[in-house]
Design a protein around this ligand. Structure first.
Ligand SMILES: [Zn+2]
Length: 75
């Protein structure tokens, strides 16, 4: 896995499931929840191009809200 972005993707306070991205606490845009499960998604080149994301790295971080299941994507 590539961890180039992970330095900006720090765990929040110990003991909870909160995350910070670029120094900002991640909140679910649907329900406002702050507990997430972290996933890593690999973006293949074809898919990245298809979605106009060929500027992006080939991996994305996905946070799945534990309360409602909404997915927050970070590239
Ligand atoms: Zn939510």
């Amino acid at each position: 896995m590539g961890f180039g972005l992970v330095e900006a993707f720090n765990r929040g306070m110990e003991g909870d499931d909160g995350y910070e991205v670029a120094g900002i606490r991640v909140k679910c845009s649907h329900c406002g929840g702050e507990a997430f499960d972290e996933r890593t998604a690999q973006l293949n080149t074809a898919g990245a191009t298809l979605f106009g994301l060929d500027w992006a790295n080939k991996s994305a971080y996905v946070l799945a809200c534990k309360a409602c299941g909404h997915l927050e994507w970070f590239l």
